[in-house]
Ligand binder design. Structure first.
Ligand code: MG
Ligand code: MG
Length: 254
């Protein structure tokens, strides 16, 4: 069963995801060459707690930090560290979750640090576009496969590849719920979308091949060919006529 949220519950999910959106923007202000990924994690944890929420990833399945910080060829789940220093030209994926008032927030953004190679900037642009194209499909009567197809089609039409091992998910009173939301798939297939479903759409798009490697730290996922990977994530409530996107990148991009 995929649970349907009431309007009140959707507002609580919106509150959480707006806080995540603001946290991503706050972290973004501090991303610059020379800072450690652990420093960014501290910024996020303090900001989330100051706003009355709990960092949702901290302790989740044993994860040791507030943020997943994944640099360059790291796809997702990078563990913040004092030793990992951000450099000019890096791309840095920040994935962040909150918990307050019984519900979760979960969103991600990939930042460019200083001057980044144009082909890498294009990967970021196309991945964010793929996310938005996926989100456009979050309308009652369509299916999960319509979202999956839209993401995959956009990414692959630009010559990029879609990670298979990690996917989006439902969001609510748990961080990861049904339904699965793959970033690859077939139109018209998969669970039927209904008003009140809340899902996280989170394309992980590789510049090179789709294959990934799970590092021995137990968390970090990186590309097998060591080419860059981008990750953007929205929480979206399925609407009757239009999607209701609970995350915003406006705090970051404006
Ligand atoms: Mg996330
Ligand atoms: Mg997620």
């Amino acid at each position: 069963m995929i649970d349907l949220k009431t309007e009140e519950e959707i507002e609580l999910l919106r509150e959480n995801n707006q806080l995540v959106s603001k946290t991503l923007a706050e972290v973004g202000k501090h991303i610059r060459p020379g800072v450690s990924t652990a420093y960014l994690d501290k910024i996020a944890e303090d900001y989330i707690r100051a706003n009355g929420a709990i960092p949702a990833f901290l302790g989740y399945g044993g994860f040791p930090a507030t943020l997943c910080v994944s640099v360059n060829d790291e796809v997702v789940h990078g563990i913040p560290s004092e030793k990992r220093i951000i450099r000019e030209g890096d791309i840095v994926s920040i994935d962040c979750g909150t918990f307050m008032k019984g519900f979760y927030g979960d969103s991600a953004y990939t930042f460019a640090v200083g001057e980044v190679a144009p082909e890498v900037l294009n990967l970021l642009k196309v991945t964010e576009e793929a996310l938005r194209k996926g989100a456009e499909q979050a309308v009652a009567g369509r299916r999960i496969g319509d979202i999956s197809y839209a993401v995959q089609e956009h990414a692959e039409s630009h010559g990029y590849s879609v990670v298979r091992e990690l996917i989006g998910h439902g969001l609510g009173k748990q961080l990861h719920m049904k339904p699965d939301v793959p970033n690859y798939g077939v139109r018209g297939r998969g669970p039927l979308l209904k008003k009140g479903m809340v899902i996280c759409i989170e394309p992980m798009i590789n510049m090179g091949k789709k294959n990934v490697v799970f590092e021995s730290d137990g968390w970090t996922v990186r590309t097998a060919d060591r080419k860059p990977s981008a990750h953007f994530e929205f929480a979206v409530a399925v609407g009757e006529k239009t999607p209701d996107i609970l995350t915003t990148f406006e705090f970051i991009e404006n």
